[in-house]
Design a protein around this ligand. Structure first.
Ligand SMILES: [Zn+2]
Length: 97
């Protein structure tokens, strides 16, 4: 479930709270809605890839990030031992994949 972002005006300009912060990105749909690119980190070889959640939805459907770990292989070493981490800010520069 994706919670709404904080209202920047209510927080005030000096607030240390990031108005774009959301509490939990559980699914690819949440990442799309929050405009978060995803980093896929491989524990086997250390490879990291920044991917678009919309590209992943097109390929795998709307999955939780935990489920997705079982579908994704590392591009470099082909292992499935990795983790998926959403970026902490909304992004306008979507990676192609
Ligand atoms: Zn790897």
């Amino acid at each position: 479930m994706l919670l709404e972002p904080f209202n920047a005006e209510e927080l005030g300009a000096d607030s240390p709270i990031n108005p774009y912060r959301i509490t939990l990105i559980n699914t690819l749909y949440d990442a799309c809605k929050g405009q978060r690119a995803l980093w896929i980190l491989c524990f086997a070889c250390g490879h990291a890839a920044r991917v678009s959640p919309t590209w992943l939805v097109g390929k795998f459907g709307d999955r939780t990030l935990t489920e997705l770990r079982y579908y994704i292989r590392c591009r470099r070493c082909r292992e499935r031992w990795g983790v998926i981490i959403p970026e902490d800010h909304p992004s306008s520069d979507w990676p192609r994949r």
